[in-house]
Design a protein around this ligand. Structure first.
Ligand code: HEM
Length: 475
């Protein structure tokens, strides 16, 4: 089998005027909102992506076309279609591959490739955070959380005693991710640059993927300031660490993710460039950071809004020694895990994208090659056809198999994606996220401001708008 990505062929066949291999008019036959002449439905879509997508699927059906500037989006609202597109192993539906020809020519990172090339690379990175690597990455995170959580909470607390818990969670997670990947400590300045660089990168990536608006460069939002130059600084920090490790006599003795990647990539049949290697190291770092920190914040917030769920969670936390956790003891926190799973069902991730390289057919509709497909994760997660009372936070959906009203969930639950690009770090995420939730809620009483309501900021890492500002007291 060829090592080339199948979508390269499709790109050659499709004339591109805009550079976006745009097929603006090729899916005209699909139902969907009419939109405006040039902007299509962008103004309404960007106002509230999740509401817009839910309404569109309800009104126009499971395959509908959303007109957007430059390139339309074809939404697949049925979980079976979503799995067909995401589960494809041949590369007929690429993740980013033919998004932009410039990316394809210059970028060969893990998430941009398909087919054999992708499988070979994925076989190397997966075990670093699953089987053999699970214990060491879990331990690295635990150490970092125990070392830094209290200090990060103190640093995120203002003079009036109000803590931005979201900021403290992101800072704590970052230390865990850095430890699992690079082992050796970073200076506070490097950590700050990495925090801003990775947050900015995640924001930009989210907007490219239609998940979020482009970051506001004039009035950067809240403490997560958007600093484009920080992306370059963060990239240079990662690059320097890779070079240092390559030249280190201790290479291979750290047992961290970087060691594993350097050793594994040496054995690749298809060699990769140094920059692709750095890009993959950065992907493993940033993919592990924002999504997990966002999911932890969501779990803390959504659980706290339900007093009964909180009491039960705190009680369960008392059954394990949180200062000396093991994989088994964290796995025994079934209620914490259920709160986490339910929270990431409810969090507002609007879309995951795939691009067709050949034509496709969903629900009897023909779809053109080079179409941008959108899997509306939050719409599927809140669709009353698959979920009973979908807008209700109910961890029991994930707790007691015999009491589950939503069956079969495996198709309808897409919080980790599906198919070959399904989250590489899901096993690790299932450990470190419930653990940090338990550490926070098990050790601290959290007082929400009166009448506080949750306002989400959609993105690759769905966050709380304006931070999560609360009062904390030690239990
Ligand atoms: C609660 C935490 C997390 C959530 C909700 C989450 C969610 C996701 C989702 C939905 C995708 C699929 C994107 C797509 O199909 O287009 C993904 C991909 C990915 N995730 Fe996670 N993730 C989490 C934690 C982690 C962790 C801890 C790692 C550790 C390394 C990680 C590494 C990755 C990587 C490398 C990919 C890209 C896979 C590929 O393109 O083949 N994630 N994640």
């Amino acid at each position: 089998m060829s090592n080339q990505c199948p979508h390269l062929e499709a790109q050659k066949k499709v004339p591109s005027v805009t550079g976006l291999t745009s097929r603006r008019f090729s899916n005209e036959h699909l139902p969907g909102p009419p939109g405006h002449r040039f902007m299509g439905s962008y103004p309404e879509f960007s106002k509230d992506r999740n509401k817009f997508l839910r309404d569109a699927v309800e009104q126009y059906g499971d395959v509908c076309r959303i007109r957007l500037p430059l390139r339309d989006l074809v939404v697949l609202g049925n979980p079976e279609d979503a799995h067909a597109a995401m589960g494809d192993n041949s590369g007929d539906y690429s993740k980013f591959g033919n998004y932009h020809p410039a990316l394809q020519k210059r970028q060969n990172g893990l998430s941009f490739i398909e087919g054999e090339l992708f499988k070979e690379r994925r076989r190397i990175v997966s075990p670093l955070v699953t089987r053999d690597g699970l214990k060491s990455t879990f331990n690295a995170n635990v150490e970092a959380y125990l070392d830094s959580l209290d200090a990060n909470i103190a640093a995120a607390t203002d003079a009036s005693g109000v803590t931005d818990l979201q900021e403290a969670i992101f800072q704590t997670l970052l230390r865990g991710v850095l430890k699992q990947t690079f082992t050796e400590p970073f200076t506070p300045k490097e950590i700050e640059d990495l925090h801003h660089g990775l947050s900015t990168f995640t924001k930009f990536l989210g907007s490219t993927l239609k998940i979020a608006d482009p970051p506001n460069l004039v009035h950067p939002w809240g403490p997560y300031k958007i600093r484009p130059w920080a992306v370059y600084t963060a990239a240079m920090i990662v690059k320097d660490r890779v070079v240092e490790r390559q030249n280190s006599p201790a290479l291979g003795t750290y047992g961290d993710v970087l060691d594993g990647m350097l050793a594994g990539y040496k054995k690749l049949k298809t060699p990769m460039t140094f920059w692709d290697l750095c890009f993959d190291v950065a992907t493993m770092t940033s993919a592990s950071y924002g999504t997990t920190a966002g999911a932890i914040t969501q779990t803390v917030v959504r659980t706290l809004l339900d007093a009964e769920a909180t009491d039960r969670l705190v009680e369960e936390c008392g059954t394990v020694d949180l200062t000396q956790p093991t994989i088994e003891s964290v796995r025994s926190l079934h209620w914490v895990k259920a709160c986490f799973e339910e929270s990431i069902r409810m969090q507002g991730l609007p879309l995951l994208l795939r691009f067709t390289s050949k034509g496709a057919n969903f629900q009897g509709f023909d779809i053109a090659p080079n179409t941008m497909l959108g899997i509306p994760i939050s719409t599927i997660h809140r669709d009353p056809r698959w979920w009973t009372d979908p807008d209700k936070f109910d961890p029991n959906r994930f707790y007691d198999k015999s009491k589950r009203v939503d069956q079969p969930r495996v198709l309808h639950y897409l919080a980790w994606g599906a198919g070959p690009h399904r989250c590489t770090g899901a096993q690790l995420g299932y450990l470190i996220a419930p653990y940090l939730v338990a550490l926070i809620l098990g050790q601290y009483k959290v007082e929400l401001p009166p009448n506080w309501t949750l306002r989400e900021d959609t993105g690759l890492a769905p966050m709380i708008k304006g931070g999560f500002r609360v009062r904390l007291t030690r239990r």
